[in-house]
Design a protein around this ligand. Structure first.
Ligand code: PLP
Length: 486
């Protein structure tokens, strides 16, 4: 039989060393160039079909790995660029790239202890650390999930197991169940409820006030109405904060209501739950410690790459009941509560080493580093908001409570909404296509807004100034062109 060495070559240690050294230099140069803004392009803005075609062709082209790495870098969204102010994706601490190399090479999964002794223990350390910040008692326990969407679904499953009048896990549905949630909640809550079979009627969306916070005063009415409609509400979900505007629901009020009606309170803190680390901004989540469960994404404001989410339970034993199932090849007794066998408590069986990045950031830069980051991002949003307010041709759509700022270019006072919406959509399109900034857009009520999430602690006041100048320039140019064209 002919010996084929190709598979063995894949694992050559010396080749790995050479490539690794070279790659670190490439990445460090790239990072420096973004931070100094020698690299101007934040987002390459290639059309999806062109990008697809590029990679389809690339696969058949011979090239060395380093040139492919460089191509990936050049064609990607540059979240490390100080002028990246788009979606709520973390600007990862570079140490996480090194951590990722270690955990990927080791490939220790977290489902069972023997496949991930370090990952299971570290997950416990990270979640214990986080639940203390939430203000949970000693009975609390947590786990990590691949993202806030999965974390929220898992929390709702636990809520249903604990508060529904029958055991859906074993019996299936024999009663109509429902949840109460802000109309501003992230779409993953709606999706989770549908996955759980609640249907349209089972997702009761409570209106928000002028500050985009759930109207807690309307909860009794919606609960009563649900009962009249034959629905059994088992859970209230609070936003901390909401996705579009970063607004925080009044968690104290939600906790009081939930307690008095024996409902489970879950807090979706995927984005803004990070303020539990900050003395200055913690008052935004006053009452969070009363919630039965909380989700916090490390991969949003906490310097960690996607995905890394903490899902925390005030009464830790409740999560074990959620997924009680036989899996003889993994563990002997489904009933025993073993924190070190992660798969007993989570949807995932094989699960990445989700806690390593968080652990390494804390260990390397100190337990208060998340506080410093959150404070900086939230303070920066205030600076941007003030600058917008100082511009006569711009309108701030809400006082930012977090690092999310919505505003728009409003050159004339009496411009009709559809014209303003069109104008701001065009401005963003142009801004993104120049590549010099990356911001997103959303619609609040009937108003199209320009939306910035300040994710990068290195974004400066000068970057904000240039952004606002560029928006004005693009806005004036669009209006000018329209005038000429009539
Ligand atoms: C408030 C909120 N909840 C949940 C999610 C979903 O989290 P993930 O993207 O980690 O699944 C997001 C994402 O932006 C969010 O903003």
């Amino acid at each position: 039989m002919m010996k084929d060495n190709r598979v063995s070559k894949v694992y050559e240690a010396e080749r790995f060393r050479e490539m690794g050294k070279e790659l670190i230099d490439v990445l460090a140069d790239h990072l420096g160039s973004l931070q100094n803004q020698d690299t101007k392009t934040v987002y390459p803005d290639n059309a999806p079909e062109d990008e697809l075609q590029f990679w389809e062709r690339d696969l058949g082209r011979p090239s060395d790995p380093m040139s492919t790495f460089k191509t990936i870098i050049a064609r990607s969204q540059q979240t490390q660029h100080p002028r990246y102010m788009g979606h709520q994706t973390a600007v990862p601490a570079p140490i996480t790239a090194l951590t990722g190399m270690v955990t990927d090479l080791l490939n220790n999964s977290s489902g069972v202890y023997e496949m991930g002794p370090v990952s299971n223990a570290m997950e416990r350390v990270v979640t214990d650390f986080t639940q203390k910040k939430v203000g949970y008692p000693k009975t609390a326990s947590g786990l990590m999930t691949s993202g806030g969407s999965l974390g929220n679904l898992t929390a709702l499953l636990a809520a249903r197991k604990d508060r529904a009048p029958h055991n859906v896990w074993e019996e299936g549905h024999n009663e109509k169940l429902a949840v109460l949630v802000s109309e501003e909640a992230h779409y993953c809550i709606d999706r989770a409820a549908r996955i759980m079979g609640l249907g349209d009627k089972g997702i009761i969306k409570v209106p928000v006030d002028d500050e985009f916070k759930m109207r807690a005063d309307l909860l009794p009415h919606y609960l009563e109405k649900a009962k009249e409609d034959g629905l059994h509400v088992f859970c209230v979900i609070g936003c901390a904060g909401s996705t579009a505007t970063g607004s925080y629901d009044d968690l104290e009020a939600l906790a009081e209501f939930s307690k008095s009606h024996k409902l489970w309170l879950h807090v979706d803190g995927a984005h803004g739950g990070a303020v539990v680390f900050s003395e200055k901004y913690r008052p935004l989540v006053k009452g969070i410690e009363k919630a039965d469960s909380v989700v916090i994404d490390f991969h949003k404001m906490l310097m960690t790459p996607v995905l890394s989410t903490a899902l925390l339970f005030k009464e830790g034993n409740k999560i074990y009941r959620t997924f009680m199932q036989r899996a003889q090849y993994l563990w002997d007794s489904p009933e025993s509560e073993e924190w070190y066998n992660s798969a007993k408590r989570t949807f995932e069986c094989s699960k990445p080493f989700l806690s390593a990045n968080v652990y390494m950031i804390l260990k390397t830069y100190g337990n208060d580093i998340f506080e410093k980051n959150v404070d900086r991002l939230y303070d920066s949003a205030q600076v941007l908001a003030q600058m917008i307010k100082g511009k006569p041709g711009m309108e701030l759509l809400h006082e930012p409570e977090s690092n999310i700022v919505n505003f728009r270019y409003t050159p004339h006072k009496n411009m009709p909404t559809d014209k303003l919406n069109h104008l701001n959509t065009e401005i963003r399109k142009r801004l993104v296509s120049t590549g010099s900034f990356y911001i997103v857009q959303t619609t609040i009520g009937d108003q199209r807004t320009l939306r910035c999430s300040i994710m990068n602690p290195l974004t400066s006041k000068a970057d904000f100034q240039d952004l606002l100048d560029e928006i004005e320039k693009q806005g004036a140019s669009i209006l000018g062109a329209e005038l000429v064209l009539g």
